[in-house]
Design a protein around this ligand. Sequence first.
Ligand SMILES: CC(C)(COP(=O)(O)OP(=O)(O)OC[C@H]1O[C@@H](n2cnc3c(N)ncnc32)[C@H](O)[C@@H]1OP(=O)(O)O)[C@@H](O)C(=O)NCCC(=O)NCCS
Length: 166
Amino acid sequence: MELRKINKRDAFAQWEYTSALPADENGLTNPYHGVTYDDYIDRVLPEMISHEHPVNMPDWFVPETYYYLWDNNNLVGEFRFRHRLTDALRSGAGHIGYSIRKDMRGKGYGTAGLGMTLDIARSVIPEEEIYLRVNKDNIASQKVMLNNGARIAGEDSEHYFMRIPK
Ligand SMILES: CC(C)(COP(=O)(O)OP(=O)(O)OC[C@H]1O[C@@H](n2cnc3c(N)ncnc32)[C@H](O)[C@@H]1OP(=O)(O)O)[C@@H](O)C(=O)NCCC(=O)NCCS
């Protein structure tokens, strides 16, 4: 199992994943749902890669890096992290978002992939804890976070706000 940063070589598998990922599943948003392969190559992939070193982006935009989890040459999930918090992220989506391919869920990939993402994110993120947000009805994702040392730091009517020490 390995995490690979988004890249041009893996374009086809990344496109299959991104185009199939719902526009919003449990609060994980994907503006590229349904994108064609040509549009992915011409516009979306360069845009996603550029988010790590944003150019000409609004002030509120925080650098974000996309990784894919691979097992036996199969792309099984996506893990993205924002390099630091803003006020909106602190009280909102936090640092990390992830998803696992529908037919690969429940096999431990979410837990393993978040652990590998944390290993990378810890050396980039300046805050003392990694912030995550999860819907109260998303038991699988809560377990993925708890399996990686998260604690519940707060809640509102729909979400738990979780934190993982660095
Ligand atoms: C959340 C998600 C990433 C979990 O990935 P996964 O690979 O299935 O996670 P794991 O296999 O590591 O399972 C973690 C735990 O959840 C449990 N679990 C898995 N699917 C479950 C389900 N549908 N209902 C309840 N528990 C579930 C597993 O049994 C495991 O429990 P354990 O820790 O007691 O062994 C995946 O379901 C997903 O992509 N969901 C859609 C996107 C999403 O919700 N992203 C997170 C937004 S915060």
